[in-house]
Design a protein around this ligand. Sequence first.
Ligand SMILES: [Fe+2]
Ligand SMILES: [Fe+2]
Length: 284
Amino acid sequence: MAETSHLDIALPESSAVAIGSEAHRQLFCHMLLDSFDPYRPAVIAWPSLAPDALERLTSLPFWDIAVATEERAARRMEALAAASSDPLIREAVALNAWEERRHKDVLGHMIRHYRIALKEEAPYVAIPDAEWGFLRTGYGECFDSFFAFGLFALARESGFFPLPLVEVFEPIIQEEARHNLFFVNWVAYMRVNRGLAARVKLDVQRLAALAVQAWGRLSLARGVDDKNFTRTGGAAVGLTLKPRGFFALCAKEQDRRMARYDSRLLRPRIMPRVARMLSHVLPA
Ligand SMILES: [Fe+2]
Ligand SMILES: [Fe+2]
């Protein structure tokens, strides 16, 4: 059995399940399948907003990119489900894809309800290699969710938005935590169960996916791209924390959201490690 990579994952201390085993496969697939939340976007009671809260919501700069990201995630996961020969993994990935589509549906209802202006959505461009597409989206979700966990906690505490509106998005944020957890365990399971050549290919793709997704987000943060998601998002929810405090909050929120799932599953490690490293250089 191959050694588990320490690139993005770490074994929980009291692991009783061998990573890559049949028990592991059952555990990470059923984590996703059995924690399904049956909420329905069409019946969400959107709270009425005071003019200032409405203005804050409609002027947030990331609704276009959020809609496009959900569509892309759904398509890539549908592609991986179609390419998966293992029926249990296929079922779990298909559910993940369905949930991404539901996220987009929630956003669509909200955008119509509050009359948020969006640019026209660019057509989706398919990626021929389904695993490459899934790796890109999986690492992208690990990056974005990490910041979203912290931003969401800030938005809840600051009262920047009315609590009923924040609560509408709670299931979506928690679903992303489940998706991250499924993704890192899927990667670890696949690594162990591949022959040497296929494992090397997967590792090269993982590194490349990490690099592409990290570069994309660094570009956004530097303002190279006008779809400035995390940084502008932070300013938009009244982010007054210093970077070190914000990173620490994100890591704490990630731990809290993951804590409800089986501790034998691997946890996403990259962003907490980056946060820890940056805490030595960022202002307190
Ligand atoms: Fe999503
Ligand atoms: Fe997701």
